[in-house]
Design a protein around this ligand. Structure first.
Ligand code: FES
Ligand code: FE
Length: 441
């Protein structure tokens, strides 16, 4: 539905100017901007909801949120996946409280409406009263999310029937996603459950960190790296070849020579596994991408799905107000990897990028204060700098996407915030400007 343009929205160009590489803290604190984000970004974009491996059998389900809307992701009898709104169409009570499980259907606690796994209303407590009122069951099922699709095991959904296809939405970034999600013929799976934690930070701060902020790695994580790995984080600025690549606000940044670096955090057995797999990966994906399997890299799919290849931590930054997120974290592994390697990956992720992980704690504190300083009426209008690596666009690169030279570069952050602003300022998908192919430096 069209959303009125409010004074804050009219002032957006001043709060976020990517040609000049500057931002205002207000975009991390303002309630009105947040409400617009929920409507114009989270209710329109493709959002990650599950990995197919989490729902192997018909009736398997998990609950998650799309923005702040609660949904149930459920495997159907025909093995397709539906995403249903987790709110009863009678009076709105939540119908499924478990995080995951297998069920023949969902029954609402309040007045006993019972839904099938496809969301259809099957029956009600005191059904005779409904019959006498001429109630039409077929019109009162759980609402279905408009579009659901998957890419290499990653299931995404969007509330917007007009949204472009998932393939178009992801664009050439899929070429990079394959480095992790298609490196092995057996595909990937999520290990164990979902870890949920909260931060008092704005969702964009975290999403932007993964879209391309390796700059903080060698500084923020230096002491943790020394304590855990016995040495500093690899000096990315000195690696011979590295890139920042973006497309429609998604970003992937990487160095080409990675395995054995801090990427898998010194875990020799995982490094060995990746080394041994490398010729096979080269056969599947080519030499160039085979080099990237354990490289120092990170990725965000706009708006809030991120992962770190190598550490294999996958996460969604769930918005919970302008200054709070709920972080959902999983560990992804190759399905065909030996059990021992899977376990090492799980443990590695727990020790680094999980609520108990030392690297995560380093990040969390920074992100919370990047958000909290903006509560000040003066600090929220301070210009923040996002100008690193202007004019590093590589027009002749043969790599897919908008390619920028060097990982120490804020090109992906600029692309992320530009997309954010474009989505907020566009009334429909048709109006969202194309910033690809060198149009945004
Ligand atoms: Fe669900 Fe009444 S609110 S049955
Ligand atoms: Fe970090």
């Amino acid at each position: 539905k069209p959303i009125e343009t409010t004074p804050v929205m009219q002032g957006l160009d001043n709060l976020c100017n990517m040609e000049e590489g500057r931002l205002s803290g207000k975009i991390f604190w303002d309630q009105e901007i947040y409400e617009q984000e929920l409507e114009k970004i989270f209710a329109r974009c493709w959002l990650f909801v599950a990995h197919e491996s989490q729902l192997p059998k018909p009736g398997d389900y998990l609950t998650t949120t799309m923005g702040e809307d609660e949904v149930i992701v459920v495997r159907q009898k025909d093995m397709s996946i539906k995403v249903l709104i987790n709110a009863c169409p009678h009076r709105g009570n939540k119908v499924c409280f478990a995080e995951a499980g297998n069920a023949r259907g969902f029954v609402c606690n309040y007045h006993g409406w019972a839904f099938g796994p496809d969301g259809a209303l099957r029956g009600m407590h005191e059904s005779k009263a409904y019959e006498e009122s001429g109630f039409d069951k077929s019109k009162h099922g759980l609402r279905e999310v408009a579009q659901v699709d998957s890419y290499k095991g990653l299931v995404f959904a969007t509330f917007d029937p007009e949204a472009p296809s998932l393939e178009e939405y992801l664009g050439p970034i899929t070429w990079y996603l394959d480095v992790i999600f298609d490196m092995d013929e057996g595909g990937t799976e999520f290990l164990g459950g979902c870890i949920r934690s909260t931060y008092e930070c704005n969702w964009k701060v975290a999403a932007e960190n993964f879209v391309g902020d390796i700059l903080h790695g060698g500084w923020t994580h230096d002491s943790a790296a020394r304590a855990m790995l016995g040495g500093p984080v690899v000096n990315v600025g000195e690696l011979p070849e590295s890139y920042a690549v973006n497309w429609n606000g998604h970003g992937y940044e990487f160095a080409t020579d990675g395995i054995g670096n801090a990427a898998v955090l010194g875990e020799r057995e995982i490094n060995k596994y990746l080394h041994e797999l490398r010729p096979k990966v080269a056969e599947r994906l080519g030499e160039f991408r085979a080099q990237l399997t354990g490289a120092i890299s990170s990725c965000t799919i706009f708006p809030n799905f991120s992962f770190l290849p190598g550490q294999n931590t996958v996460r969604v930054w769930q918005p919970r107000g302008p200054n709070k997120i709920e972080l959902y974290t999983w560990v992804v592994v190759n399905k065909n990897a030996p059990e021992r390697i899977k376990e090492l990956w799980r443990r590695g992720a727990m020790m680094t990028f999980s609520p108990t992980g030392v690297f995560e704690m380093d990040d969390g504190e920074n992100w919370e204060y990047c958000t909290k300083t903006s509560r000040g009426v003066v600090t929220r209008y301070q210009d923040l700098y996002v100008g690193l690596g202007m004019n590093t666009y590589l027009p002749d690169s043969e790599l897919p996407g908008n390619v920028f030279k060097g990982q120490i570069n804020e090109a992906n952050s600029r692309a992320f915030y530009q997309r954010w602003k474009d989505m907020l300022q566009s009334e429909s998908w048709k109006d969202v400007p194309d910033r690809n192919n060198g149009k945004l430096k």
